[in-house]
Design a protein. Structure first.
Length: 254
RNA sequence: UCGUAAAUGUCACGU
């Protein structure tokens, strides 16, 4: 079972969900019983590929085999829906996992927020985040979910995608207010990207400076977003200056 | 902290 799982993991990494499913069948045919990890690995492969129908089928199959899906299994299915743009289904599955007695963890919430963001549903993304902040999320029976930087980053990305740079700025402020959710390099890259989409070149540059001030070396992503913001606003001089600064400092991806 | 399983990277260029 071990080696099957390892091979399946390899297929998943390569986006080859069909082979992962085929291998699951081979396993059964050769009399090896798939376990929880096997199924979750196949689900992960489907999730990465956005194959939510297949994912649902696999989950039904594992249940039929008497194996209860856990947070990993459900998480991958939520991911599949998000990748496919099916945010409502993603939220539904999150609810289904709660109904089955599981408590979603921060990965699951992040994935759900991202599913909404990817589908352009930034209000829903912020709504979920707000519920988590207030500790009033659906099904939160006392067990409070720890907030994480990544969760905020997804919400911020949702705002960026929608061109809501001011909402993004609000999120950034909230992150700063919680020692558990410090902004990181990706946070700044996303807020700068939001500024670019909103054609706020001045804000974009301010955030670029700010990240350096708080001890986060600007990444290539932050620089590129800031340069894009300047370009979009026709601030060619500023764009060129940023480009110069970028090549002057050895900018790293992360 | 880790173990065979889950969530974030821009831009350009192509398709």
């Amino acid at each position: 079972c071990f080696s099957f799982n390892a091979a399946m993991h390899g297929y998943g990494r390569n986006g080859d969900w069909e082979r992962a499913i085929a291998l699951l069948q081979d396993m059964k045919d050769s009399g090896v019983r798939p376990d929880l990890v096997t199924y979750s690995t196949v689900l992960a492969a489907c999730g990465k590929a956005g194959e939510w129908q297949r994912g649902k089928a696999i989950m039904a199959e594992m249940k039929a085999d008497g194996i209860s899906p856990n947070v990993f299994s459900f998480g991958s299915l939520i991911n599949a829906c998000g990748k496919a743009g099916r945010w409502e289904l993603a939220v539904e599955i999150l609810e289904e996992m709660q109904a089955s007695g599981l408590v979603p963890n921060e990965h699951n919430w992040s994935t759900a927020i991202d599913a909404c963001g990817k589908a352009g549903e930034w209000q829903k993304a912020l709504d979920i985040l707000g519920q988590l902040e207030a500790g009033t999320e659906a099904g939160g029976g006392g067990e409070r979910v720890p907030l994480s930087t990544t969760m905020y980053n997804f919400a911020l990305e949702a705002c960026a995608r929608a061109g809501k740079w001011d909402r993004g700025a609000e999120i950034l402020e909230r992150m700063k207010g919680n020692p558990r959710t410090p902004p990181d390099a990706r946070t700044y890259a996303k807020i700068i990207d939001a500024c670019a989409k909103g054609e706020q070149w001045g804000q974009a540059i301010r955030y670029l400076y700010e990240m350096r001030e708080v001890g986060i070396p600007p990444t290539i992503f932050a620089f590129n977003a800031a340069i894009a913001a300047c370009g979009k606003c026709g601030r060619w001089k500023e764009a060129l200056a940023l480009f110069g600064a970028m090549s002057r400092e050895g900018v790293s991806p992360d």
